[in-house]
Design a protein around this ligand. Structure first.
Ligand SMILES: [Zn+2]
Length: 102
């Protein structure tokens, strides 16, 4: 009983952190502790900050995804070009056949 009372008597502060996924994490610090400006979100692992209106962007994952999306975009463009080329050749073949008939 004495120890529990001593623990509750220790002054604490609740600090709320916000990540870019709009997770709100309340972390309890001792009032004597230096509160860090950023904290890893316990739910998604992204860095979270004290400013709810301006959470830090995801630094490591987003650029990789953007690059991957860029590569996929280029690949699909190439596929689209191939499909268009194939369609044009089919059209030309049909047109030639039509010229023979008419
Ligand atoms: Zn989060």
């Amino acid at each position: 009983m004495g120890e529990a009372e001593r623990g509750e008597a220790a002054p604490r502060q609740n600090v709320t952190y916000f990540c870019s996924h709009e997770h709100r994490s309340v972390v309890t610090f001792s009032v004597e502790a230096v509160v860090p400006a950023s904290w890893d979100c316990p739910r998604c692992g992204l860095p979270a900050s004290l400013d709810c209106d301006n959470p830090p962007p995801a630094p490591k994952i987003e650029p990789y995804k953007t690059h991957l999306a860029y590569v996929k975009e280029r690949r699909s463009d190439q596929e689209a070009a191939d499909i268009l080329d194939e369609a044009l050749q089919t059209l030309r073949t049909k047109r030639k056949a039509g010229e023979i008939i008419f």
